[in-house]
Write a protein that binds this ligand. Structure first.
Ligand SMILES: [Zn+2]
Length: 504
């Protein structure tokens, strides 16, 4: 008697490590101390727990109460442990059964009235509870999110009193129910008129998970095109959807449980801070690149982004995750997004336009394009020009484009071929897989060498051309990469030459 242990979970990055709340009642003057929480959080937790216990008509023990949150080295913040602490006090003082607490984990902040309030990062906690073989209790507001973790039994309770009644087996608690998924209407490619080349590049990008850059004057439809990428991608599998939902859940921006199966589309503005883009903060939260995990990150006005922000993109573009170091703490967030970037061809936006309205000189254009570093440019497989459309193409009676559903069928077929061959999309195959599956005929090898030479491309760019050519061949259902596939892939690198030449 006098000791109770209750299980709960902290939030660290996208993980939910177990926290053991140990409550000990001892002799001596009545007091309450909490070990393992920061000072300010302790004071608030004490007030809430004490008031909630009174409100539930229980007795607050007039003993020396010591509460230990273990392990000690986890960040523990917010009120997520309130419910576990209150239950620990009630169990240690014999007011609820300590045995009944076994096999459960508890999450929830207490209001002074004893009502249980929502906390964040519940999905990660539910997945972890399931792996630990325990049931999870959360407030009703967190129920539909926790229920996405299909392997775990999740119950909800509105108040501390309800939880205690259930532990005494006087009342059963409702199971958390998953809400039905609503398929939101995705913008359709049928709305995009003309722009055959850009549409083609978008389809290749979708088919092989390649990063893509649109270059064109304002109003040419770059944003319109980018926003259609999610609609032609295959559906995420359960694991991918859960990973993306977990990130949304810990982001502090909330997760819509009805939309969790939809690939995210994130389009941050170029005035966003580096922390907003890649994540960070004293209590590290995921940034836009992680919120775009398994979805699309659209960066418009690419040269307007700070050089620093663009450089930190390089690691996640390669590895699919980002590591954030803050003081003594490190957090790793997944960030396997597909990048679609857009930029004007010059500072005024009209270089190359037949109207001749661009007055930028070569030096201005060079400096503008040099804001995007070579290494970043190299990691973008497809560079495509999006010209301003002639007025005839914008008339209301102009033919509408092929609808997304048809394009998507071809993308899904091409992805299935890649999945069978290497277990992943072409953009993500490694060196050995590239060597094995992107072989060229001798004549085509010579062609590629010449192109790499005249475009002054790096070895990295060469391998990326091969992977894009592989995707084009897959879209054509061709076992081999043939000359037209290769020349088309090389064509998507032409802007890089323009950049190198301008920088020379
Ligand atoms: Zn210009």
């Amino acid at each position: 008697m006098g000791l109770a242990i209750v299980h709960s979970r902290a939030r660290v990055g996208v993980h939910a490590p177990e926290v053991r709340v140990e409550v000990h009642l001892g002799g001596g003057l009545p007091s309450m101390s909490i070990v393992g929480l920061p000072e300010a959080a302790v004071r608030e937790a004490k007030d809430r727990v004490r008031a909630a216990i009174h409100c539930a008509q229980f007795e607050f023990p007039a003993r020396r109460i010591t509460i230990n949150l273990a392990p000690a080295d986890l960040p523990k913040h917010g009120g997520r442990f309130d419910l576990a602490i209150a239950l620990g006090i009630l169990a240690a003082s014999g007011q609820v059964s300590g045995e009944a607490l076994d096999g459960w984990e508890f999450l929830g902040e207490l209001a002074l009235t004893g009502e249980i309030r929502a906390v964040d990062g519940v999905l990660a906690a539910a997945l972890a509870s399931g792996r630990a073989g325990r049931r999870l209790l959360v407030p009703p507001a967190n129920g539909s999110e926790a229920a996405l973790a299909a392997e775990v039994e999740v119950r909800t309770a509105r108040t501390l009193l309800e939880v205690c009644a259930a532990l005494d087996a006087r009342k059963s608690l409702p199971r958390a129910e998953a809400v039905a998924c609503r398929a939101a209407a995705q913008p359709d490619l049928a709305d995009v008129r003309g722009q055959a080349q850009a549409r083609r590049a978008l389809e290749i990008a979708a088919a092989g998970a390649h990063h893509l850059l649109f270059v064109g004057p304002p109003g040419s439809g770059k944003t319109l095109l980018a926003s259609r990428l999610c609609g032609i991608l295959p559906d995420p599998d359960d694991g991918e959807a859960l990973e993306a939902a977990t990130i949304a859940s810990v982001s502090g921006r909330g997760l819509d449980p009805a939309r969790w199966r939809q690939r995210p589309f994130r389009a941050p503005h170029h005035t966003a801070s580096a922390v907003a883009l890649v994540g960070g903060g004293a209590d590290p939260r995921p940034g836009e690149i992680s919120l775009a995990h398994h979805g699309v990150l659209f960066l418009d006005e690419l040269p307007e982004w700070g050089r620093h922000a663009l450089e930190v993109l390089r690691e996640p573009l390669e590895s699919g995750c980002v590591t954030i170091s803050r003081a003594a703490r490190q957090a790793e967030f997944p960030a396997r997004f597909q990048l679609v970037a857009a930029m004007n061809p010059c500072p005024c936006g009209w270089a190359g336009d037949p109207s001749g309205r661009c007055l930028c000189n070569d030096d201005m254009i060079r400096r503008y394009r040099a804001r995007i570093s070579g290494p970043l440019m190299e990691r973008i497989d497809l560079h495509v020009e999006v010209p301003r459309l002639p007025p005839s193409a914008l008339r209301h009676d102009a033919a509408s484009g092929e609808p997304s559903a048809r394009v998507r069928e071809r993308v899904v077929r091409a992805r299935a071929i890649q999945q069978d061959r290497c277990g992943r999309a072409n953009a993500r195959i490694d060196q050995a897989q590239t060597d094995a599956h992107c072989r060229l005929a001798a004549r085509d090898s010579a062609l590629l060498e010449r192109a790499v030479d005249s475009l002054q491309l790096s070895a990295r760019s060469l391998h990326r051309i091969l992977r894009v050519a592989r995707t084009i061949a897959d879209l054509a259902d061709s076992a081999d990469i043939q000359t037209p596939h290769l020349t088309e892939a090389i064509g998507y690198r032409r802007l890089e030459r323009g950049r190198e030449r301008a920088a020379a």
